[in-house]
Design a protein around this ligand. Structure first.
Ligand code: DQA
Length: 146
C-alpha cells in the first residue's frame, strides 16, 4: 500500500465558489475524488485542508516521521511562511519527496505571488494547470524511485 499526503493550505476549502475564474469550479472534494480515481487501487490519497499554519506544519512533521511523500498546495503560505519552509526542509533532509503545486500560475499574477519560500526545499513545482497540477504531481511521485 502506497500513501500520498495531499495537503492544502488556507482558503482552498472554498474552492468551487472562490474566484472560479482563477481557480475553476471544482471543489477540493471533487479534486480528491478525481485524484483517487486516477491512481491504482493500492495507492491511498490522503487529502487534507486547513486554514491553520500550525496544523499544516504538524502534517509535514507527520510526513517526515511516516516517510510519506507529499503533494502540497500551500496557498498564501507559499509566499511568506518560513515556518512551513523549515518544516518542508526536514522532508528534504529525510529524502522524502515534496511536490509544490498551484492551480493558477502565480508568476502570471500579482507580484507578491511571484515569490515562493517553499520552492527552494521542494523536489519540484507544478503550477498553472488547474486541478491537473495535482494529478501531474501524483503521477510523478508514483513513477519516481523511492
Ligand atoms: C494558489 C496561489 C496562491 O497565490 C494563492 O494564495 C492560493 C492558491 C494556487 O493554487 O494557485 O490560495 O496556491
Amino acid at each position: 500500500m502506497t500513501t500520498i499526503l495531499v495537503l492544502n493550505g488556507p482558503n482552498l476549502g472554498r474552492l468551487g465558489t472562490r474566484e472560479p475564474e482563477v481557480y475553476g469550479s471544482e471543489t477540493l472534494a471533487d479534486i480528491g475524488e478525481r485524484l483517487q480515481a486516477s491512481v491504482p487501487d493500492d495507492v491511498v490519497i490522503e487529502l487534507r485542508q486547513t486554514d491553520d499554519e500550525g496544523e499544516l506544519i504538524g502534517w509535514i512533521h507527520e510526513a517526515v516521521d511516516r516517510r510519506v511523500p507529499v503533494v502540497i498546495n500551500p496557498a498564501a503560505f507559499t509566499h511568506y511562511s518560513y515556518a512551513l519552509r523549515d518544516a518542508a526542509a526536514q522532508l528534504k533532509t529525510a529524502g522524502v519527496p515534496l511536490v509544490e503545486v498551484h492551480l493558477s500560475n502565480p508568476h502570471a499574477r500579482e507580484t507578491f505571488r511571484h515569490t515562493s519560500v517553499i520552492s527552494g526545499v521542494a523536489t519540484g513545482v507544478i503550477a498553472g494547470f488547474g486541478s491537473d497540477s495535482y494529478r501531474l504531481a501524483v503521477d510523478w511521485l508514483l513513477r519516481s524511485p523511492s
